[in-house]
Design a protein. Structure first.
Length: 407
């Protein structure tokens, strides 16, 4: 007699697996194989992505039997987004010696909205809060200002950006709360700004919500009243800044002083320019706070100090002394007296008469030197004897050094 048998014949319950997973999670899942032939079905894994691990990589399935092939998905190396791979399995089925199972996964995370705040240039007292769904996975988004819910409008189509306009007329602390959620979980962010009214013709001081950042101006720093909003670190993060000052765009009449806690010994304050680049401001520190003069408002942060400026104005003795015919005089323009200082530097004889004007200009804080060649204002050589170099600043500093010219 003759016995006829059928070859192994494999049947999959699915040829693709799609899963939604939380970031950094692991998942165990499976697919099933069934043997419809009369001969044992033998299989073994040929290939799989690094993030997929089969519990058993080979096995045998009897006639009319089935088995679950379990595997683990490891997301430790993945960020949010969509990913895919393929499990390839070799069998002794003559018609399907290799079968494939496509595995696709969407990785989600708890919402992490990015915040930014801007001054509305057209309407005084109005501000715009921008919220960006950085993962593109929001289901719910709620923004409140001091307990009142604000209307959010999506900017563009599928931009994942939302905008709210808020009017702030009163001075003081303003609190904003952002609630965002999706199937993974929810996030609540609380951020604050302080709004201050700086009055033209009077000295003024404005502080950040945490009282750590300060902006102060003299009575002559503003031509008219100015509303300032100082944002905390959360709202300044979009500019890679520590603090940000929003104004109505008014130009300062005089430089103002900004200061914040020192994070190290050699720190300076940087301001962001129109191109988004941070520029170092000449800064000084008392060991606890860093201070700098600025001619504009914007985003501020700390960085390494490369510009060394003296705190106080000072006139040094000339060298050489006695001299013939040229001598050098070093002097400092002090940081504490402000920017754009009016400087007068002259040479006087023993009768108090000015024989040479060396300088009549404006200078920034820093260390400088000037030379005198023994000539008067008419280009003629002066006679030998005692002369005096006198430095005067618009902030009231005045000092004189005695020099001896030899002929």
């Amino acid at each position: 007699f003759q016995v006829t048998t059928s070859a192994a014949f494999v049947e999959l319950n699915t040829d693709s697996i799609a899963v939604e997973m939380e970031r950094y999670a692991n998942m165990d899942t499976l697919f099933s194989m069934k043997n419809l032939g009369l001969t044992d079905l033998r299989w073994n894994m040929v290939a799989a992505p690094d993030w997929i691990t089969l519990v058993i990589e080979s096995d045998t399935i009897g006639y009319q039997d089935s088995a679950d092939v379990e595997f683990n998905i490891d997301l430790s190396e993945f960020t949010v987004g969509a990913y895919g791979g393929e499990i390839r399995i070799a069998t002794n089925d003559p018609l399907q010696d290799t079968i494939s199972i496509a595995v696709t996964m969407g990785i989600d995370d708890i919402p992490t909205p990015v915040l930014a705040m801007y001054k509305n240039p057209a309407y005084p007292g109005f501000y715009e809060m921008m919220i960006v769904d950085s993962l593109g996975m929001l289901d719910t988004l709620i923004l409140t200002h001091d307990g009142d819910t604000l209307e959010l409008t999506e900017v563009g189509v599928e931009s994942f950006s939302y905008l709210a306009t808020v009017e702030i007329s009163a001075e003081g602390l303003n609190s904003f709360e952002i609630y965002a959620s999706n199937w993974v979980g929810d996030t609540t962010i609380t951020t604050e700004i302080t709004v201050s009214l700086a009055k033209g013709g009077a000295s003024w001081l404005a502080r950040s919500p945490d009282d750590q950042f300060e902006v102060s101006g003299s009575a002559g720093s503003l031509n008219s009243n100015l509303q300032l909003a100082i944002l905390d670190t959360i709202l300044s993060a979009a500019d890679n800044a520590r603090y940000k000052v929003l104004t109505d765009g008014m130009t300062l009449a005089e430089p103002v002083l900004v200061s914040m806690p020192a994070a190290g010994d050699n720190q300076a304050i940087y301001i962001q320019d129109m191109n988004g680049k941070f520029i170092e401001l000449p800064s000084v520190t008392d060991g606890e706070r860093v201070s700098a003069w600025t001619e504009g408002m914007g985003a501020f942060k700390l960085g390494p100090r490369t510009i060394i400026v003296p705190e106080k104005s000072q006139l040094s003795q000339n060298y050489p002394n006695p001299f013939n015919p040229i001598t050098t005089i070093d002097y400092d323009i002090g940081f504490l007296d402000g920017l754009n200082q009016s400087i007068e530097f002259g040479i006087y004889n023993i009768l108090g008469q000015e024989v040479r004007t060396l300088m009549n200009t404006q200078l920034q804080p820093g260390r400088y030197s000037v030379t005198w060649d023994g000539l008067d204002n008419h280009g003629k050589q002066v006679s030998g004897g005692i002369y005096f170099a006198r430095l005067m600043t618009g902030q009231g500093y005045a000092n004189t050094v005695k020099m001896l010219l030899l002929r």
